[in-house]
Design a protein around this ligand. Structure first.
Ligand code: GLA
Length: 384
């Protein structure tokens, strides 16, 4: 049974009638361009086939009833009182999106809703961005207002910054709202220009969940962001996106070793994103190999210069990179646990998946989950 069907069934069971709307927002996997988004740089994510769905029906009063399939929990609150700290923690992301809409003058009705998804939670596949975007989709549909996909994404980013308190970049919400089937998105995180890069035939995206859950990621993330801002200031640039390797070398004795390495990661990662996007989009043979090498180099840089990998991610990436048919693998998302991603030859995927899991389990004692996915379409809403 698909998640959409589960959510629809649960709605009928709970509320004794059919929903009026079903909204959907996918998770994302970042192929390359890690920690570059908040440096005004380049990223190359794709929306994935796993998504959050919410089925809903407006009410005549201002009460919201929200049922979470994944958290086996439900809650009720008033659409006019969205930041009550006593409400369950899982409801904070959906409430944040409603809060954003209310703040922007969209006057929302109360509604009954069921939310559920198949994006593993806390694994670095942007389940929270998907919840924000899906609730923005739902809220807009309930009021009949329209917004561009980009603006829906930026709304989700503001929810993170202003309601959740996470200083994230724009990548996750942009991928969730703007994804295109069979395409990765080359996003310029300064201009917000998006170029669709067709995924080459013959390659599959394999997501490898290490089953190691990220600890302290929020504080480490905020620290990286501060380090980047400090390095940009010393280099005399607006953001590290504007720094060059030559400029970095010239300023080396004014930078601590940590700031030097953080900046080197961002500068080289932006170059690797461009190289990978070009290679994936090229019609000549060898593109996947070049892109795969960029993924491998990205991992080394995140591990050594940016220091956001961990033992489990390194083990997973090494095992993946050693398999026949693997063009390249790297950690994906904020790091410190969660998922790695690999580009794998379609014909080798089955053997890849069969081989990687057991070797990883033996080395770490953790049970990994591997998902094969194609790039998927971004968020939307349907009337049912
Ligand atoms: C998280 C953030 C993104 C991005 C990545 C790292 O997913 O939400 O904005 O910074 O980490 O690339």
């Amino acid at each position: 049974m698909t998640v959409r069907d589960t959510v629809l069934d649960r709605f009928r069971e709970q509320f004794d009638e059919a929903p009026a709307l079903v909204a959907r927002a996918p998770g994302r996997v970042n192929l390359i361009g890690e920690h570059t988004d908040y440096n005004d740089g380049f990223v190359l994510p794709a929306a994935i086939e796993r998504a959050v769905h919410v089925a809903a029906r407006p009410r005549a009063d201002s009460t919201v009833t929200l049922v979470s399939v994944d958290f086996h929990s439900d809650t009720q609150f008033s659409i006019d009182d969205l930041d009550d700290p006593d409400l369950p923690a899982w409801s904070k992301y959906p409430r944040g999106a409603l809060w954003w809409l209310q703040n922007r003058g969209h006057s929302l009705p109360g509604f009954d809703a069921v939310i559920g998804g198949d994006i593993p939670i806390g694994a670095g596949l942007s389940s929270s961005a998907a919840v924000e975007v899906v609730m923005i989709e739902l809220g807009l549909a309930l009021t009949g207002a329209e917004m561009s996909q980009q603006d829906k994404a930026l709304a989700g980013v503001e929810v993170e910054h202003q309601f959740i308190g996470m200083p994230c970049g724009v990548m996750d919400q942009m991928a969730s709202a703007m994804g295109v089937a069979q395409h990765a998105l080359l996003i310029d995180c300064r201009s917000l220009d998006v170029r669709q890069v067709k995924m080459p035939a013959g390659a599959s995206i394999v997501i490898m969940d290490t089953a190691k859950r990220r600890g302290l990621v929020d504080s480490a993330y905020a620290r990286r962001r501060e380090e980047c801002e400090a390095a940009a200031e010393i280099l005399g640039v607006e953001a590290l996106r504007d720094a060059t390797r030559d400029g970095l070398e010239a300023a080396r004795d004014r930078l601590s070793s940590v700031l030097y390495r953080r900046a080197r990661h961002i500068i080289t990662e932006n170059l690797r994103v461009q190289a990978a996007a070009l290679a994936l989009g090229s019609t000549h043979g060898g593109g996947l190999k070049t892109a795969g090498q960029a993924l491998r180099d990205s991992h080394a840089s995140l591990r050594d210069d940016y220091e956001v990998s961990c033992y489990e991610l390194d083990v997973m990436v090494d095992i993946a990179n050693a398999q026949a048919g693997c063009y390249g693998a790297r950690m994906t998302g904020a790091g410190f646990g969660g998922c790695a991603v690999a580009l794998v030859d379609e014909g080798a995927v089955e053997a890849f998946v069969a081989a990687v899991g057991p070797v990883y389990a033996e080395k770490t004692g953790l049970e990994p989950h591997l998902y094969v996915t194609q790039a998927a379409a971004g968020s939307g809403v349907e009337r049912v």
